[in-house]
Design a protein around this ligand. Structure first.
Ligand SMILES: *Cc1c(COP(=O)(O)O)cnc(C)c1O
Length: 366
């Protein structure tokens, strides 16, 4: 099956004897004891089973685990490590997960945050107790590109697990497992959900091994699992993921080109632009450059806020990956300790008509 077909059929497991075409929603928290049956909904339920099967197929992994948020998925990986483990993570890691490492695992997990585009620095960060290397590509909010194959070689040489946050790329544009990752993480809240109305997360493993069993234990015993409703709606949303991504990437490329030629804009960050420092690596490991871009506005934070306030079709809100365009001045969301430039605007390009998106920006920039 090709990706579009997997998206539609890969997660539609029919458990009802009436044979409905679409999977039923099973809200029951408990199941009648019988040989091989599910037992209790925290451990497993039919809709979660459908979603996990779908996610594993999309990411070409052996198995998936669904969580109640992207952060719950990410934190489960760190929880599954032995106390005293050291991890290497990106200096521009998704700020919520970086905060998780620094606050929830203080004194439990040691972390070194490095620029993942600098392979020498990454190579120097390994210690005797390094157990895992975490990457995120494209990254947030500067769309930096990490060379997954190159980092995978370093991880293998040092015998550590490689985990990749694939939220921005989605399996439509990038398959980290094929490029050498052992684990893939998603915030399903973003493109998988696609309509800004479901919170969710997921992990997909290349192979079922002892570390994966530890993660599964965190999932089912820790209990940060999604509801049957959320799992159902995610399966439903993912059916259109490949076609939504085609629209997002087409629009993002046009807007990136438009902004990079506008005199009021200082700099545009989009991996599809030839001048982007990660363009070549992105072109090698991705089949599309994604739907997120960011740009710096001349005139500082004030000018950036003013531009956002003039827009009609771009909603000033955090998050990304929905059919509606979202825009925000990123530093304002990340708080006072952020390294993000104050005049940087992140744009999650939606599926409104491209001409409306262009005209709205053009009008606001006049
Ligand atoms: C949103 C996001 C997360 C966290 O996911 P939640 O669903 O908000 O918990 C992690 N990584 C990336 C890249 C994200 O965009």
């Amino acid at each position: 099956m090709r990706l579009e077909t997997v998206a539609i059929h890969g997660g539609n497991i029919i458990t009802d004897s009436e044979k409905p075409v679409i999977q039923p929603i099973t809200l029951s928290t408990t199941f009648i004891h019988q040989e091989g049956s599910m037992i209790y909904s925290r451990a497993n339920n039919p809709n979660r089973h459908s979603l996990e099967k779908l996610l594993a197929s999309l990411e070409k992994g052996a198995e998936a685990a669904a969580f109640s948020s992207g952060n719950a998925a990410g934190v489960s990986v760190f929880q599954a490590l032995e106390p005293g483990s050291h991890i290497i993570a990106p200096d521009d890691m998704y700020h919520g997960l970086k905060k998780g490492i620094l606050t929830l695992f203080e004194g439990v997990i040691e972390a070194t945050f490095v620029d993942m585009t600098d392979l020498d620095k990454v190579a120097m960060a390994f210690r005797n107790n390094t157990k895992l290397i975490w990457i995120e590509t494209p990254s947030n909010p500067l769309l930096k590109i990490t060379d997954i194959k190159a980092i995978s070689s370093l991880a293998k040489a040092n015998n550590v697990i490689l985990a990749c946050d694939n939220t921005f790329a989605t399996p439509v544009f990038q398959n980290p497992i094929e490029l050498g990752a052992d684990l893939v993480m998603h915030s399903s809240t973003k493109y998988f959900g696609g309509h800004s109305d479901i919170l969710g997360g997921a992990l997909i493993t290349k192979e079922k091994n002892a570390f994966w069993e530890r993660i599964k234990n965190v999932q089912t015993t820790g209990g940060a699992v999604p509801s049957p409703m959320d799992c159902y709606y995610l399966c439903r949303s993912i059916k259109t993921l490949p076609y939504r991504m085609k629209g997002h990437v087409e629009h993002a490329m046009v807007l990136a080109n438009y902004l990079s030629q506008n005199s009021k804009i200082e700099r545009v960050f989009y991996p599809g632009l030839k001048e982007h420092p990660g363009h070549e690596v992105a072109a090698n490991q991705m089949t599309g450059f994604g739907g997120i871009l960011s740009f710096q506005v001349k005139g500082g934070a004030e000018a950036a806020d003013k531009l956002i306030s003039k827009l009609k079709y771009y909603t000033n809100a955090t998050s990304l990956g929905g059919v509606e365009s979202l825009i925000e001045r990123r530093a304002a969301s990340e708080g006072p300790d952020t390294l993000t430039p104050q005049n940087l605007i992140r744009l999650s390009v939606g599926l409104e008509h491209l001409d409306d998106l262009l005209e709205d920006l053009d009008e606001a920039l006049k």
